[in-house]
Design a protein around this ligand. Structure first.
Ligand code: ITT
Length: 203
């Protein structure tokens, strides 16, 4: 059985691959398939977008696909950047651009509560799908700290470990992160999920 990771984000790919290895399923990247039309991510929720990505890629390629839609929700900004986290500073924004923009937006803000959210959708070509979610609460720092991870990790301070996500190893982050929690559910249910995929793919 093949499972395609429907993401172009390198940081996500590393974290997803690490946790999904060792199961009787062959993990493929989008780059294994040559040019693929871009997925339109115009949903209003992480749920919508995760399903759009997974179902679109699965339908195009004819294999089951797993997509992650995630982002950082900042309380003082009314939940922004949320589903716009990847393009907060513009359509082709780098992680650094987004970090800079968030620091600027939060410059005079005392309430620094933030939460990472992640929805993972596993879809088959018919459009049937399974959904998994994870959430993780933290506090925004006033300057970046740490070199690991990706995206907003250098600004996301996790009080329980007294470090930013960028100061954690990939294993440490996986135990507590939004993505790690969603993946924990997935790995716990992996047998069931692979059976479900088998049944769906033979319809
Ligand atoms: P794909 O859609 O191809 O998967 P993307 O980067 O566009 O890649 P999203 O639309 O889900 O994915 O945006 C997620 C953004 O949220 C991501 O670019 C980061 O800026 C941020 N983000 C998500 N998870 C994160 C994490 O674990 N650590 C830091 N930032 C994260």
């Amino acid at each position: 059985q093949i499972l395609v990771l429907a993401t172009t984000n390198k940081g996500k790919t590393r974290e997803l691959k690490e946790r999904l290895q060792g199961y009787p399923v062959e993990i493929k990247n989008l780059s294994d398939f040559g040019p693929i039309p871009e997925v339109i991510e115009d949903g209003e929720t992480f749920d919508d977008n995760a399903y759009k990505k997974a179902s679109f890629i699965s339908r195009i390629l004819g294999y089951p696909a797993l997509a992650d839609d995630s982002g950082l929700c900042v309380e003082a900004l009314g939940g922004a950047p949320g589903v716009y986290s990847a393009r907060y500073a513009g359509e082709n924004a780098t992680d650094q651009d987004n970090v800079d923009k968030l620091l600027e937006a939060m410059k005079n803000e005392e309430n620094r509560k933030a939460a990472f959210e992640c929805v993972i959708s596993i879809a088959v070509p018919t459009g049937a799908a399974l959904t998994y979610e994870g959430r993780c609460e933290g506090v925004l720092t006033r300057e970046p700290a740490g070199n690991n991870g990706f995206g907003y990790d250098p600004l996301f301070f996790f009080p329980e470990l007294n470090k930013t996500f960028a100061q954690l190893s990939m294993e440490e982050k996986a135990k507590v992160s939004h993505r790690g929690k969603a993946l924990q559910e997935i790995t716990q249910e992996m047998d069931k999920i692979l059976d479900w995929i088998d049944i769906q793919m033979s319809r």
